[in-house]
Write a protein that binds this ligand. Structure first.
Ligand code: TXA
Ligand code: MG
Length: 328
C-alpha cells in the first residue's frame, strides 16, 4: 500500500474522512502525538489499526470525539468527570469512564471492558476532521513498543515507522505538546492517575480539590500502559539521571545548550514537546544515550515516566496481569 501524505486543508481532510469512512486507517495530528485513527464504530477498521501497529495483543484504545456532547453519547460522565471535562477539554486529558450500552462503539475498541477511554483533542485539524467522521479510535501512530510520533515524519520514519502500512497521514507538522495525554480513571471509585501525560497531575488534583490516587499503589486497578515494561524504546541503550556523559555516549541535556538539548532554558513544556524527536535524533547517532536529570514535577513527571519506559529492559518477563496493556 502507498501511504498518502495529505495536507491539513479542506481537500486533505475530506480525503482523510473518505478513507476513514471506507474502513481504512489514517494517521492524524493531535496536540499530544499523532494518532493512528480508524472508525470507532467499525470492528474491521479497529482490527486494521492493530494490524498496522503490529500490536501483539488487543489493548483497549482511546476514542476521540469533537466535543463534550459527543463524549456524553459514549460514556457516563460522573460529577468529577464533568468537572475535569469542563476544565481540561478540549485538551491532553483522557478519562476512563463507564461505557454506555447504546454507545455504538466496536467492542474491539474497549477490548470487551465495561469502560471506555475517551478524549476531546484540542488540535484544530483533529477537531475539524472529527466533525466530518464521528468518533475515531486511535492509539499513538507508532509500531508497537517504539517511540511515539510527534510529527508526520516520525509516523513515516523508514526505521520502524508505518510508511506503506497505512492509507494516509494528515501532515500538520510537529505536535505542540509532544507527549501522550494524561489518563485518569476511577477504577476503585477514587480518581486515579493511570498514566502521566500532557496535563500535569498537580493541575488535575487542584481542580478536584484532592490528590489523585496512584494506580501503582493499587494492584487491583486495571493499569493503563504497563508499569516498567519496555516501551517508547529507541534502538540504543539509554542511561538516566546522567549529569555528565561517559565517553562515547550521546548526551541529552536539560537546561544547557547543545545539539541534543531538550530545552536550553530548562523549560519543561519545551522539553516535553522536543522529547521524542530528540530521542529519535540521538538514536540515529548509533551510540548509547545518556539523559540529564529532569525535575519530577509538572510535565517533568510525564517526561520521566517515558524515559523510564524507554530505558527498561527489552526482554523483560511480564506478569500475566501486565501483558494485555503492556504495549501501546
Ligand atoms: O495522547 C494520547 O493519548 C494519544 C493520542 C493519539 O490521543 N493516544 C495514545 O493511545 O497514547 P495509546 O493506545 O498509545 O495509549 C492508550 C492507553 C493504553 O495504554 C490503554 O491501555 C489505555 O489507554 N486504555 C484504553 N482504554 C482503557 C480502559 N478502558 N481502561 C484502562 N486503560 C485503558
Ligand atoms: Mg502509545
Amino acid at each position: 500500500m502507498r501511504t498518502e501524505r495529505l495536507l491539513p486543508d479542506q481537500m486533505g481532510m475530506a480525503r482523510a474522512a473518505l478513507l476513514l469512512a471506507a474502513g481504512q486507517v489514517v494517521a492524524i495530528p493531535t496536540e499530544t502525538v499523532y494518532g493512528l485513527a480508524g472508525d470507532a464504530r467499525s470492528g474491521t477498521a479497529v482490527a486494521a489499526i492493530y494490524a498496522a501497529k503490529g500490536r501483539p495483543s488487543f489493548n483497549p484504545l482511546i476514542v476521540h470525539v469533537p466535543d463534550l456532547a459527543a463524549a456524553r453519547a459514549i460514556a457516563d460522565l460522573t460529577p468529577e468527570a464533568e468537572m475535569l471535562a469542563a476544565a481540561f477539554w478540549p485538551g491532553a486529558l483522557t478519562m476512563v469512564l463507564p461505557l454506555r450500552a447504546d454507545a455504538g462503539i466496536a467492542s474491539l475498541v474497549t477490548a470487551g471492558l465495561s469502560t471506555v477511554a475517551i478524549r476531546v483533542p484540542a488540535h484544530p485539524v483533529a477537531q475539524a476532521l472529527l466533525r466530518l467522521t464521528g468518533p475515531l479510535a486511535a492509539p499513538s501512530a507508532n509500531a508497537s513498543g517504539r517511540i511515539s510520533p510527534s510529527s508526520a515524519d516520525h509516523v513515516l520514519d523508514p526505521d520502524g515507522g508505518l510508511d506503506g502500512r497505512i492509507a494516509a497521514v494528515l501532515d500538520a507538522g510537529p505536535c505542540p505538546v509532544g507527549l501522550e495525554s494524561t489518563i485518569v480513571g476511577w477504577p476503585s471509585g477514587r480518581a486515579t492517575l493511570l498514566r502521566p501525560g500532557g496535563v500535569p497531575a498537580e493541575a488535575i488534583a487542584d481542580r478536584l480539590g484532592h490528590a489523585l490516587a496512584d494506580h501503582q499503589a493499587d494492584p487491583s486497578a486495571p493499569n493503563a500502559p504497563g508499569q516498567l515494561t519496555s516501551h517508547y524504546a529507541p534502538n540504543a541503550a539509554l542511561r538516566l539521571n546522567a549529569a555528565d556523559p561517559l565517553p562515547g555516549e550521546t548526551h541529552l541535556a536539560f537546561g544547557a545548550p547543545g545539539p541534543f538539548s531538550l530545552s536550553d532554558s530548562g523549560d519543561l513544556a519545551q522539553a516535553a514537546a522536543r522529547l521524542f524527536d530528540t530521542l529519535r535524533r540521538a538514536d540515529r547517532e548509533g551510540r548509547p544515550i545518556a539523559v540529564a536529570p529532569i525535575p519530577d514535577h509538572g510535565l517533568g513527571a510525564a517526561i520521566n515516566d517515558r524515559l523510564r519506559r524507554a530505558a527498561a529492559p527489552r526482554d523483560q518477563v511480564f506478569s500475566v496481569a501486565e501483558i494485555p496493556r503492556g504495549e501501546s
